[in-house]
Design a protein around this ligand. Structure first.
Ligand code: ADP
Ligand code: ZN
Length: 204
């Protein structure tokens, strides 16, 4: 089963993806994580991506297509879980031309909670683990002991732009996948455990 995870920034896609990867043995492909790796290594793709990401905009489709196509190629016959892709209908059409998507799981949260969730998010520079600042007693990653920092695009001015891009470009994908009969809505307002239990009801 090949799965696409949909949801606004801060909906909890990354958190659920890590659990799903483990439980369902899916290959997790996160375009955000791939771009962040490129930025850390200061590759050409990374430097280009940074100029868009820091403004809260989407990285251009041609660049994004290339990294997704090579991640899918690496996945080979393994079932995958796409997190952060597609983000507009052009990307969704490209994906449909390459592979069959069996389910699109939309993690549904009230827009009103997103700004606090994202601005309060801290991310481990080493392993990518994320947690809300209110649950951390210091800036040490509970998973690996490295430093937890705020992502540059998690600051409030950028978050406003990311949410606008989501509304305008990504939210229409809910209808796109509904029309194809593969959409499942999951209530994302509970704890990570509760949301994962909802996903379990869908995937078995
Ligand atoms: P979030 O889902 O919290 O916004 P991500 O890590 O998925 O975080 O994405 C961070 C940024 O990376 C996005 O704001 C965007 O600039 C860029 N990005 C990630 N995926 C894509 C994509 N499919 N197309 C274009 N840009 C992307
Ligand atoms: Zn860590």
């Amino acid at each position: 089963m090949n799965i696409v995870l949909l949801g606004a920034p801060g909906a909890g896609k990354g958190t659920q993806a890590l659990r799903m990867e483990e439980r369902y043995k899916l290959r997790h492909i996160s375009t955000g994580d791939i771009f962040r790796q490129h930025m850390r290594r200061q590759t050409e793709v990374g430097n280009l991506a940074r100029s868009y990401i820091k403004k809260g905009q989407l990285v251009p489709d041609d660049v994004t297509f290339k990294i997704v196509a090579s991640a899918l190629e690496e996945a080979g016959n393994e079932n995958f879980l796409l997190d952060g892709f597609p983000r507009n209908t052009n990307q969704a059409a490209m994906l449909d031309g390459l592979v069959k998507i069996d389910k699109a799981i939309n993690i549904d949260v009230d827009m009103s909670v997103l700004t606090d969730r994202i601005c309060g998010r801290r991310s481990c520079i080493e392993c990518g683990y994320t947690a809300h600042v209110s649950t951390l007693s210091d800036s040490v990653c509970p998973k690996c002991g490295c430093e937890m920092v705020q992502r540059m695009d998690d600051r409030e001015d950028t978050v406003r732009d990311r949410l606008r891009v989501y509304e305008e470009q990504t939210a229409p994908l809910i209808e796109y996948y509904r029309a194809r009969g593969v959409l499942v809505n999951v209530n994302g307002m509970g704890s990570p455990e509760e949301v994962f239990a909802e996903i379990g009801k869908v995937l078995g």
